[in-house]
Design a protein around this ligand. Sequence first.
Ligand code: AIR
Length: 396
Amino acid sequence: MNLKKNIQNIKKNYSLGIIGGGQLALMLAEAAKNRGIKVCVQTKSSSDPAGSKADCVIEADPLKVKGNKELIKECEKITFENEWIKIEKLNLIGSKNIFVPSLESIQPLVDRISQKKLIDRMNFPSPKWLSLKEFRRLDDEEIKDWHFPLMVKSYKGGYDGKGNKRINNQDELNSFALNANLDECLIEEWVDYKKELALVGSRDFDGNIRFFPIVETYQKNNVCDWVFSPAEINYDLKTFAINIFSSIVNELNYVGVMAIEFFYGDSGLLINEIAPRTHNSAHFSIEACSSSQFDQHICISSGIKPPEINMHCQGSLMINLLGLKKKYPLSIEKRIELLSQIKGSNLHWYGKSEESPGRKMAHITFLLNENNHLKRALKAKEILIKVREIWPSPNY
Ligand code: AIR
């Protein structure tokens, strides 16, 4: 497939189409603009975040084939900003070679069960799991290997902890199972990890893999609260994570940006989740790196060789700004004004029309120039306190 030729010789109106129009599509569209690449976005409304930066908006539900077909008509290549897609329907459209990453390569990643099966097949460590149906059939002997608390997760659509539930005892499990669709849930062992880590990288059409620094992420109520980069980890751990990433993208012949979230603790490194897209844990790369995750994905999906990735500062702190309750005393305008006054702040406002508790409304990044981890961690703590005085994490 000669993508380079496509880009120089564009026959359609837009180089790239993006299915979905949230904040990830917004930041992809911004990166495309920086490179003079024209993008068209398929999203429900042109007032969705990406609508303001895209060169064209197809106002259609991203899951509807009619809109997908229109997008395909307009764009040389099509990419995704999230994995809530109906691959079976896209497969039927008959323009398979237009998708980057390919439908085949994301197929095993779009639902949790097929992801887990892939991880198991490759013998990579991850929390023990069973489908809820299988779990309910365990006999008295088999169930002894499982201990409460347990985690139930829905197969699909589970992002930011949506569809996850901690189950503390047998009664809770029984009442959960009564109301749940057993075919749509899995049970996972509870992991007492010390840290959460994430690795985001890209793979281009020639098979070259590039990485952002491994980061430490911190979640509150299952949603990412802040991301500190680089994580303080030893060489072996870093190499293991990089090996896992490379093996997975190579196995799938995956092209584009991918993210892997890990737990790290007494059981070592465990894969938590794989996201076939740009990811919250690499937003810091917009300011901190020579090429951001969005730039990498835009380049690769429109057939341009992506630049190498270098971090041009010692570290960074990215803080998510999640929607608060209506009665929060500071207006959004005031919060933005105060946050922008903090020295070194880089605020990214997503332009969502409605603030609801926990919704990702914006993020703010600070570069850290202290020359050792401890000093950076102290500085990050200081910044986090300042930011949270203005815009706290929601307590639902
Ligand atoms: N997203 C995709 N997967 C995980 C996340 N957070 C981003 C995408 C999507 C947006 O979140 O950009 O469009 C949806 O945000 P919301 O606030 O409408 O739920």
